[in-house]
Design a protein around this ligand. Structure first.
Ligand SMILES: [Ca+2]
Ligand SMILES: [Ca+2]
Length: 401
């Protein structure tokens, strides 16, 4: 049987510099990954309560943020607004007993904006003000004040967490001497950004998610305007909607990142793929959930001490690929390369008749139909058909690490 060369599929590591993400972003990532993974499977609600896993809204007293593995939580779910999300997150991650400006309730986004805008670097201030956007870091907060006195019921601002800036694709306008940066943000929102994780085939959800916005600066890195999406929508100047950049002053760095690339032996749809990373050292095992981005880059975080680990990756329907003796340093590890072979529909780490039978049962179905089986849709194109069967056949009989 002809088999595709796996070596050709191992992508070269991107040479990404290790950068430790603060804990509030790490937990936010896990929450978004979990609700995204559940959504892709059509699991929208908590099996016990029947309540939607990801929602936007609520007054502060009734809102909550729960992340699997966090304080004994077994399900990741969210019910909050943009500012209350940040407050609930910081309450839990950094043990805020009350909030900076209003005591027991959550500040509004515009109050976060004022808190950051007026920061002078004094001891005890929760945020340091970042003036030059070009020095922004993952986990920094963009707090927006909608300035115009709010009509009752309308938003008064918004809060973004910065994930990363696509520095390579910034555009420079020679006339204005301004630069516009694509910025990947994580937020709790009722409307979507570009390439938004709250969008599923046929369904657009609200709550926590990721997407792209645009920030424009002058030649000194001062923000002059922003846009909710890169591709479209209104541009707001600082006078119209002021953006302040805040860096949480007391952030703890207790997680180390493991970064690298994942290649599959077939195109995986939607430009992203769920990957579970298993880290082992002696008798200890850590299971770290993650998602690749559209380019196959993967980054997960574990409560790891520097040392030598075996690191393995597995998709929900791929075989596991293990990389032994990975040296995790004080800033984590980069350059991991995983080649994942698809076809393991039932997740038992081998491709055999059991997987074929499940694929056959779903054959001809599409997402949204009763017979559709997410795990059997090996190439993630939204239907189970011949291409999936060919992938399974080409890997039949193989087992993972
Ligand atoms: Ca199997
Ligand atoms: Ca398919």
């Amino acid at each position: 049987m002809l088999r595709k060369s796996l070596l050709a599929l191992v992508l070269v590591a991107q040479g990404v510099t290790a950068q430790v993400w603060p804990d509030h972003l790490v937990w936010s990532e896990r929450l978004v990954d979990d609700v995204r993974a559940n959504g892709l499977r059509g699991n929208w609600t908590n099996a016990d309560s029947g309540i939607e896993l990801n929602r936007y809204g609520g007054s502060f007293g009734e809102t909550y943020v729960r992340v699997r593995g966090w304080g004994g939580e077994t399900v990741s779910e969210n019910y909050s607004r943009c500012a209350s999300y940040l407050t609930l997150l910081f309450n839990k991650v950094y043990g805020w007993s009350s909030t900076p400006s209003t005591g027991s309730a959550s500040p509004y986004a515009y109050q976060y904006n004022h808190l950051i805008k007026n920061a002078v670097g004094a001891q005890g201030e929760p945020f340091a003000k970042v003036v030059d956007f070009r020095t922004v870091l993952p986990g920094d907060v963009l707090a927006v004040d909608y300035v115009v006195p709010p009509v009752s019921g309308e938003a008064t601002g918004h809060i973004f967490q910065v994930r990363r800036v696509d520095w390579d694709n910034a555009t420079f306008d020679a006339d204005t001497q301004q630069t516009t940066y694509p910025v990947h943000v994580l937020d709790c929102s009722s409307s979507r950004h570009d390439d938004d994780t709250r969008v599923f085939p046929g369904v657009t959800t609200q709550g926590v998610g990721r997407g792209w916005i645009a920030i424009t600066t002058d030649s000194d890195g001062n923000i002059v305007s922003h846009r909710w999406r890169i591709s479209s929508g209104d541009t707001y100047t600082q006078a119209e909607r002021h953006v302040a950049i805040g860096r949480f002053a007391g952030q703890a760095f207790s997680f180390l990142p493991l970064a690298g690339t994942v290649g599959f032996d077939a195109n995986v749809g939607a430009g992203e793929a769920e990957v579970t990373v298993r880290v082992t050292q002696g008798g200890s095992t850590w299971t770290l959930p993650g998602f690749t981005d559209a380019e196959g880059n993967l980054r997960v975080w574990g409560p790891l001490a520097p040392g030598l680990y075996d690191v393995a990756a597995k998709g929900p329907n791929s075989l596991r690929h293990s990389v032994p003796n990975v040296l995790v340093g004080a800033e984590g590890a980069t350059g991991l390369a995983f080649a994942l072979v698809l076809g393991d529909v039932n997740g038992d780490n081998s491709v055999n008749i059991a997987d074929f039978l499940r694929l056959r049962a779903a054959f001809g179905s599409s997402a949204g139909q009763l017979a559709y089986d997410f795990e059997a849709d090996l190439n993630r194109d939204g239907s189970v058909g011949i291409p999936d069967f060919l992938i399974l056949r080409s890997n039949f009989g193989r087992s993972g690490d």
